[in-house]
Design a protein around this ligand. Structure first.
Ligand code: PEP
Ligand code: MN
Length: 285
């Protein structure tokens, strides 16, 4: 396990397939993301009630998730849409962590909320819309909190790697990247999941790269297939949206898996990860 990804060389482009045992790793709450491990992070797009949040955390843990995600501060395209519960949402995430022991992944939207979010987050998410927010990245670079940096909606691979450097040059080497879909000419689904970017980002950044299989299709019926494809292409893990009753969710309902179905999803995806030589991390372990 390594606290510093930068001490390891960037992966060279193996032409005959991925070699996870040579990849870098980033330590998050006692788990090593990357190297030969495969991490499964799951939870609702946004949290809205303590009891539901705790139940979903328990269900995803039982199904094999390693970490729990949930949004308290939500970056929405429309200012009239639900913006998240903010501080109350953070409290719900703390309850979920107390009940399950799962490390928490949540988004920091505004640098003015840094201290409050740092108190709860084990892995700090920077969303696609903030990937090039230099001030936010520099501030996170001065903390010792691991950062999950999501690729911007229209960011090239080069811009994405440069964004990681804003964090790393301030001293925080614990950065994990995430491919979540980019905007292309295609309009039949939300975003184009760029799976080719996964090995290229790994190679160029020397960092672990996760895939978010939820936001690109915008449809839950495609999430399992995209997740398996991500595991097959050599992603270091997945961050997937799961809620108890997605049809009543206040954000991203149509793409969220139902928590009752999470176990079956996780075992289907983990079979592929294991076939690719990955050791699947287990929640709470
Ligand atoms: C999210 O994870 O809920 C989210 C808003 O992601 P992105 O920044 O990739 O759109
Ligand atoms: Mn979402």
């Amino acid at each position: 396990m390594s606290r510093s990804a930068s001490q390891r060389p960037a992966r060279n482009g193996a032409s005959h397939g991925h070699t996870p045992s040579t990849g870098p790793s980033v330590e998050v709450a006692g788990h090593a993301i990357g190297h030969d491990a495969f991490v499964l992070i799951a939870g609702p797009c946004s949290v809205v009630a303590t009891d539901v949040t705790v139940r979903v955390a328990q269900q995803v843990k039982a199904g094999g998730a390693t970490m729990f995600r949930g949004g308290a501060f939500k970056p929405r395209s429309d200012p009239q849409s639900f913006q998240g519960l903010g501080e109350r949402g953070l409290e719900m995430l703390e309850e979920a962590k107390a009940a399950t022991g799962l490390p928490i992944v949540t988004e920091l939207l505004d640098v003015r909320d840094l201290e409050r979010v740092l108190a709860v987050a084990d892995l700090m998410q920077v969303g696609a819309r903030n990937m090039q927010n230099a001030g936010l990245l520099r501030e996170l670079g001065r903390t010792d909190c691991p950062v999950l940096l999501k690729r911007g909606l229209a960011a090239t691979i080069d811009e994405t790697v440069k964004a990681t450097e804003y964090i790393r040059r301030e001293g925080n080497e614990r950065v994990v990247l995430c491919e979540r879909g980019i905007r292309t000419f295609e309009t039949a689904y939300r975003f184009t999941l760029d799976l080719t970017a996964v090995p290229i980002l790994q190679e160029r950044s020397g960092l672990p790269v996760l895939v978010d299989p939820s936001h690109a299709p915008g449809r839950r019926d495609l999430v399992t297939r995209l997740s398996k494809a991500a595991a097959a292409v050599g992603a270091d893990g997945l961050i997937v949206e799961v809620d108890e009753d997605p049809d009543s969710a206040l954000s991203d309902g149509p793409q969220q898996l139902r928590s009752a179905e999470f176990r079956a999803y996780a075992s289907a995806v983990c079979r592929v990860a294991e076939a690719e030589g990955r050791r699947v991390l287990r929640g709470g372990s």
